[in-house]
Each structure stands twice: as C-alpha cells, then as structure tokens.
Ligand binder design. Sequence first.
Ligand SMILES: Cc1cc2nc3c(=O)[nH]c(=O)nc-3n(C[C@H](O)[C@H](O)[C@H](O)COP(=O)(O)OP(=O)(O)OC[C@H]3O[C@@H](n4cnc5c(N)ncnc54)[C@H](O)[C@@H]3O)c2cc1C
Length: 421
Amino acid sequence: MTEENYYQASTYSGILTTKLEGEHRYDVCVVGGGVTGLSSAIHLAEKGFQVCVLEAQKIGHGASGRNGGQFIFGFGSEMPTVRKLVGESEAKKLWELSLEAIQVTHELVEKHHIDCDWQWGHVHTAVKTRQVRELSDFREDLISHYNYDLEWLEGNSLMDQVASTRYLAGVKDQQSGHLHPLKYTLGLAKAAQEMGIDLFEESPVQNWLEKDEVSLSLPNASLKTNYLVLAGNAYLGSLGKKLSQRLMPVGTYMIATEPLGSTRAGQLLPKNIAVADVNFVLDYFRLSADQRLLFGGGVSYSRIPPVDVRNYLRKRMLKVFPSLVDVKLEYGWGGLVGITMNRMPNFGRLAPNVFLAQGFSGHGVALTGLAGKLMAEVISGTAERFDVMSQIPHLPFPGGPLFRMPALLLGTTWYRLRDIL
Ligand SMILES: Cc1cc2nc3c(=O)[nH]c(=O)nc-3n(C[C@H](O)[C@H](O)[C@H](O)COP(=O)(O)OP(=O)(O)OC[C@H]3O[C@@H](n4cnc5c(N)ncnc54)[C@H](O)[C@@H]3O)c2cc1C
C-alpha cells in the first residue's frame, strides 16, 4: 500500500534532531520515540534525571503517529475479566489508573501547550441485539463496581451523537474523547527538547547488555546508561526478542476522506465525538479538525494489509454512513498495534535497571502517557504503582514465535464469526 498518512500531511514537525554518533553517557536512555518513550523522558527529566530518547526512524513513526486518536477509559479487556485476573482490589486500582491515564494525557497537553485538536466525548456502539445487552451489562458493571456512569443512548439520543442507522444502542463517556495523535506526539517531543532532553532520530538501537550499568550499541555510536526504558512496543523488532512471546504486533488500517465541510460533517457526528463499535474486528471513527471523516478498522494478524486498504475500509465506512458514497478518500495508511493475550498492558523489568511498557492492546493513546509517569516513579524508587501494572499475569501466545500466528488466527476465527452472526 502506498502509505499516505493524513496526520503527517497535517502536521509541522517543528523539532530538529541529529543521529547519535560517538560515545555517550546518560542517567536514563529511552528506546522509542512514541508517547510511551516521550512521556517517560518528560516525567524522568522533571525528577532531575539526564535523559535521552533514541528513535530508529522519526519521532512518531510508530503507532503514536498513526492511530485513531481515541483516548478511552479502561483497557482492551473488560473489567469483569480484569477482576478474574487480579482480584477485586487490584482491579479497582487498575480501573483508577485507567482514568488517571486520561488525566495525565490532558495534563501533558495543557502543561506543554500542545495544540492537538483535543475534543471530549466518546461513544461505544452496539451493532447487534446481543451487543445491546452486553453494552447494558458493561454499563451496569461500571456503575455497581466503580460508581462510574455512562450515558445510555438509544433512538433519537443515539442519532444525535452518531447519525447512522447501523447502531442499535450506545454508551457515551464524556471523559474520553479524541485528539490528533501526531500533533500530540510531536508536541511532547518539542516539550522534551525544551526541557533539555536529547532526542536522536534515525538512531536504531541494535543491542543492549546489562551488567551494573547498561551498554547500548548503535550503527555508529555506543552509549552507557544507569537505566534503560524499552518503549518500542510493536515496532521493537529483534531488540524485543525476549518480549515477543507476550506481544503480538497486529496490523490495523485507517482512511481519511476529503474535507466534508462543516454542514455535512455535522450531519454525521453532530457532537463531534469519537465512536468505536463493540465488534471484535471493530470500526472506529471521528472527525478531524478540518472536517474529514477519519475511519479505521480491520485487523491483520499476518500483518499483510488487505489488498486494497482504501476500498476495504470504504465499504465498511459506507455501511455506517451510506451518504458518503460520492466522497473521495484522500489518505489511507496502516500501523502496528501491540496486543497481549489477555489484552492488558505488559509492564515489567528485564533486569533491575531495564524497564518496559508495551501491549496496550488498542488503548494506548491514553495509557502511554500514564506509562511514562509510572516509569519515572519506578526509576526514582517508588515501585508501588508501576507494580500494580507489572503484576498483571500474562501468558505467552501459544505456539512460540513460529506458530503463534496460526494459533492466534484459529483462536480469532470464532470471534470474527460472532461479528457476522
Ligand atoms: C492504526 C492504529 C490505530 C489505533 N487507534 C487507537 C485508538 O484510537 N486509541 C487507542 O487508545 N489506541 C490506538 N492504537 C494503539 C496506540 O496507537 C498504541 O498503543 C500507542 O501509540 C503505542 O505507543 P508507544 O509509544 O508505546 O509505541 P509507538 O508509538 O509504536 O512507538 C515505538 C517507537 O519505537 C521505535 N523503535 C522500535 N525499536 C527501536 C529501536 N531498536 N531503536 C530505536 N527506536 C526503536 C519505533 O520506530 C517507534 O517509533 C492504534 C494503533 C494503530 C496502529
């Protein structure tokens, strides 16, 4: 697919960086110039650490610069499943951390004056009768366990938010919403530079070795650091060999229409909220600031994109908004999302001074900001909240590195069928 990412076309980078060359030393080295890496660097610098960020490509090259932009409460796994996994009291802490993630994201945006088209409001929608019941149970569960209420939408109240007859019901969360992910990521990068953090682009870390301190090797450089943060997520490739059993990089895709104009855009999403349906292979969409429909969907477990991404997503988009039949698509792109077996984030330590956060399983827009805050807490000696995350039990994907994909494909066929039935 020709990669035409709307976010790149609508963002001015505004940061100047170099490649890392020669020998260097830092208190903390962060691998990965996405939100996990940049938020870690910012929170660490606030605590007085001397930090650098090493990015293999360009800042925002990974999922942080190409996602749906939807910041959403909770996790990829629903709370009843989380409770079974970790028990009532840890689940409550996790729930609260998921709300804090949105707060941290908002604080970063406000504190560093990042202009990233922030909009409040998010709706989950049901496509099938069975899902109306599931959505209602989901809402009741949040009220009874966490005293958290979502607005129930049906009929006119639903049409007022999402003017599509495809949906039978919805729940609205006013504390979730959407933003321009690349403007946010580059805004964090600019703030990091202003705080004295060194950012290096086109600087792929090839290897790391831990003794008392950590040594990193790059093509024309080497670096010693007291602490290493691995924030490469689904893009970490061979550097993440030790982590790969717990993480499956999965392809997902997006399109952007031509600008629709305010009248037509307002007829689709009158309150400018973000929407995601509750199918296993979900559709997610929202308006951009220049009134395009940004529509995402589809997953590729083989990471091979559908033959014609634009056409594939166009058909899905027309099921939601048939009136867009005459509208041109101007951009189509894809990216890798890192998922775990249980759809909960995977935080941990590979050595006493080597930390990682990955596998946000489709909830990374908000959780990555929080990951950076918790990373700074653990490195500065307060491990408690980081460990609420790191103690979530994770199973490896069945089948090992070679056979995990076929095993996952078999496992997911049932869920895809449920989307259709
Ligand atoms: C199309 C798409 C839509 C999505 N939509 C949503 C959404 O609407 N809401 C939501 O919550 N989540 C969404 N996600 C998921 C979300 O984008 C991610 O969870 C989040 O951006 C992960 O951020 P990160 O900083 O951990 O990793 P990334 O942003 O992927 O950054 C990792 C970086 O590490 C760099 N790197 C890797 N290896 C090395 C190395 N060896 N040396 C140096 N650098 C290295 C990579 O180049 C990359 O830039 C979506 C993802 C995709 C792909």
